[in-house]
Design a protein around this ligand. Structure first.
Ligand code: FMN
Length: 206
């Protein structure tokens, strides 16, 4: 038993696989799958997507400097894969996937109505890194599906069952193990809770 040394490669997993929707100046739109995406700044809120210039969608992002990041869910797994293996050059992916196109507030790229969260993005910078060009973009509007709002007005994204992409496979998100900061959270009396795993949702005493 040991650890193998591999040649340098991309092994940062799991990742979200998002559906990115784009449009050209004439209003033709397309969507494609992106796993090389990330949050890069909190304020201003910014994301990145890395795109190969040969993608049909690439010129649309170049033309308008805009795109929408649509988060994906278990239910959207099939469409997410399909949009990542077929090109808008050859097929109308909106028609094939039966996804619903809705207008955003700010950018001309349409949004995917079935997605629980849509981020309208405006490109600020392009970095030509190699195989992929990274678009850095400001998030200018966030849309959330109010089906996932609880009674107290909290947005429960995880109830939408976000899709995970890991080492070539699509997975669902598993059981909740804790919430942000739970490892240092104190009991009302002052002592740390000592829990390695947070109690199941619904059993947390507040
Ligand atoms: C799970 C998954 C993740 C992908 N991630 C990326 C990515 O980060 N960047 C990219 O350029 N292409 C990525 N692709 C490939 C494109 O989505 C694919 O080439 C697509 O057909 C391009 O569509 P278009 O030609 O209509 O623009 C991914 C594909 C899959 C299935």
């Amino acid at each position: 038993m040991g650890r193998q040394i591999w040649k340098p490669g991309n092994m940062l997993y799991p990742l979200p696989a998002v559906l990115v929707s784009v449009a050209d100046r004439e209003g033709r739109s397309n969507l494609f799958t992106v796993a090389w995406t990330g949050t890069v700044c909190s304020d201003p809120p910014m994301v990145s997507i890395s795109v190969r210039p040969e993608r049909y969608s690439y010129h649309m992002i170049e033309e308008t400097g805009e795109f929408v990041v649509n988060l994906t869910t278990e239910k959207l797994a099939y469409a997410t894969d399909y949009c990542g293996v077929r090109s808008g050059r050859d097929v109308d992916k909106w028609e094939k996937t039966k996804l619903t196109r809705v207008s955003g507030e700010h950018v001309r790229a349409p949004m995917v109505a079935e997605s629980p969260v849509n981020l309208e993005c405006v490109v600020t910078q392009k970095l030509e890194l190699g195989t992929h060009h990274m678009f850095l973009a400001k998030v200018v509007v966030v849309h959330v599906d109010d089906r996932y709002m609880d009674k107290s007005g909290r947005f429960c994204l995880n109830d939408a069952k976000p899709l995970v992409y890991s080492h070539g496979r699509y997975l669902s998100t598993g059981r909740e193990l804790g919430s942000f900061g739970y490892s240092v959270k104190k009991r009302p009396g002052g002592k740390a809770t000592g829990r390695k795993v947070a109690p199941k949702r619904g059993k947390i005493k507040r």
